[in-house]
Design a protein around this ligand. Structure first.
Ligand code: PXP
Length: 236
């Protein structure tokens, strides 16, 4: 079964637009859980533009499905994760100027920081996932590091149209096969929505999809519960 991780960063983005207390991502997480989310994903960015430290602390105490913490590959974030102990961390590239995560992590440049941090993360019982572009070289490095999971960046697939989208889907399928052959778990995310998610969810042994923008956008009109339930129905 493909599991749905709901990314609730956008709920915090709305709150931060007024620097107030609502809407609360902690409430959002509870609703997502009630309507079938298999995990809750948040990205604690260095600039704290949406999710705050207070949110992750409360989510750690209240969420009963696995918590997936997206974060940059930095010493400060590794220390934070080891203390928080989410079930999973997904390591992503981070750039202050970007609107959202652009491109996958460059596993080669992150390799030495990862080698150093992995023992502590494992000791803390945290599963490590790398957010990577569907490129064989990136996946080889993840496999050499014995990383548990790779989340394939689906942004190019989501932006492409027609024959080009089919090519992007083939790239995802081929990368998925390499990930499986290396014994790693296959995850995917970024730009997935109610119309493009089907073929990605159908990739062999797809294990987890992390979806934020489309679900929170639909929630504005139909409510968070129905938006989560509909996505869950589409991917399973
Ligand atoms: N996966 C990762 C690693 C991400 O950085 C993001 C965006 O925060 C997502 C999934 C969700 O992307 P979207 O909001 O486009 O669904």
């Amino acid at each position: 079964m493909v599991e749905l991780g709901v990314n609730i960063d956008h709920v915090a983005t709305l709150r931060q637009a007024r620097r107030t207390y609502e809407p609360d991502p902690v409430w959002a997480a509870a609703l997502c859980e009630l309507h079938g989310a298999d995990s809750i994903t948040v990205h604690l960015r260095e600039d704290r533009r949406h999710i705050q430290d207070r949110d992750v602390t409360l989510l750690r105490q209240t969420v009963s499905v696995p918590l997936n913490l997206e974060m940059a590959c930095t010493e400060a974030m590794f220390a934070f994760a080891c203390e928080l102990k989410p079930e999973q961390v997904t390591l992503v590239p981070e750039n202050r100027a970007e609107v959202t995560t652009e491109g996958g992590l460059d596993a080669a440049s992150a390799e030495s920081a990862l080698r150093e941090a992995l023992p502590a993360l494992r000791q803390a019982g945290i599963r490590v996932s790398l957010f990577l572009d569907p490129e064989p070289r990136q996946i080889e490095i993840a496999a050499a590091l014995r990383i548990e999971a790779v989340e394939l960046h689906t942004g190019s697939y989501a932006l492409a149209r027609g024959a080009e989208q089919q090519c992007e889907l083939e790239r995802l399928r081929a990368a998925g096969a390499l990930i499986r052959q290396a014994g790693m778990l296959l995850h995917a995310g970024h730009g997935l929505n109610y119309t493009n998610v089907g073929p990605v969810a159908a990739i062999e042994e797809m294990r987890e999809l992390n979806i934020g923008h489309a679900i929170i956008s639909r929630a504005v009109f139909v409510g968070l519960g129905p938006a989560v339930a509909e996505m869950k129905r589409l991917i399973s």
